[in-house]
Design a protein around this ligand. Structure first.
Ligand code: PGA
Length: 253
């Protein structure tokens, strides 16, 4: 049985004080997290250290939204895997569509980051997803296949088993327009089959595949009830305690 993973991607929201307020609010609800569910908070870099201190001893895990693939050096503005670990991160989101579209991240770059994250003991959450134009041209599966094969190049079977894939259709991110549970399930199934072909079915069955894109408390249960949807990567709705917990608790509906 795969356990469910709900991750909150805060994106570029919440300064240090606002982060403290949100985390304190989330901590009051920690006891409500169902036993088989992992909850990961991914605040901006500037809030990771304070989040680490506040979350110590709590049931929440900490993640970052990006990282660089080198260990250290002259990479102005970048943050390494070791730096993330030093502030308590155990997860890192890689290849988010905003990184790909706004900051030019390629499959090759995502692959380098993924291999470094795995080598460093971080659990990567690798995002894939098609644009609206690609969905309308009916090339969703080809797009996902290129992204996934690119991201997983030279990644071992043991490592892929501990990699989380997030299917995030670009047209559903921040638009309020989410994929229907059946649309999402179809792509999740496709992703699992692809991993099965690339590695083995035993490994494919182990891989956690999250859905992301306008997940809200009122649509979460329908999505999370599908057999190949193992969690959610939540943007907008993770910025408020009530809506984030509405999604966390939908895992047990
Ligand atoms: P959204 O963002 O929930 O605001 O659509 C999801 C994401 O980009 O991870």
């Amino acid at each position: 049985m795969r356990s469910k993973v709900i991750a909150g991607n805060w994106k570029m929201n919440k300064d240090a004080d606002e982060s403290v307020e949100l985390i304190n609010g989330l901590l009051t609800r920690g006891a409500e997290i169902p036993a088989a569910v992992t909850v990961v908070l991914c605040p901006p870099f500037t809030s990771l250290a304070i989040a680490h201190r506040l979350l110590d001893g709590s049931p929440f895990f900490l993640g970052a939204q990006n990282m660089h693939y080198e260990d250290e050096g002259a990479f102005t503005g970048e943050v390494s895997a070791a730096m993330l670990k030093s502030v308590g991160c155990s997860y890192v989101i890689l290849g988010h569509s905003e990184r790909r579209q706004l900051f030019g991240e390629t499959n090759e770059l995502v692959n380098r980051k993924l291999r470094k994250a795995l080598a460093s003991g971080l659990t990567p959450i690798v995002c894939v997803g098609e644009t609206l134009e690609e969905r309308e041209r009916e090339v969703t599966e080809q797009v996902i296949s290129v992204q996934l094969k690119g991201a997983l190049k030279d990644v071992s079977e043991a490592d892929v088993a501990r990699t989380i894939i997030a299917y995030e259709p670009v047209w559903a991110i921040g638009t309020g327009r989410n994929a229907t549970p059946d649309q999402a399930q179809d792509v999740h199934r496709f992703i699992r089959k692809l991993i099965g072909q690339m590695y083995s079915w035993t490994t494919a069955e182990k891989v956690v595949i999250q859905y992301g894109g306008s997940v809200k408390p009122d649509n979460a249960a329908g999505l999370l009830g599908k057999p190949d949807i193992d969690g959610a990567l939540v943007g907008g709705a993770c910025l408020k305690v009530e809506s984030f917990f509405g999604i966390v608790k939908a895992t047990s509906l």
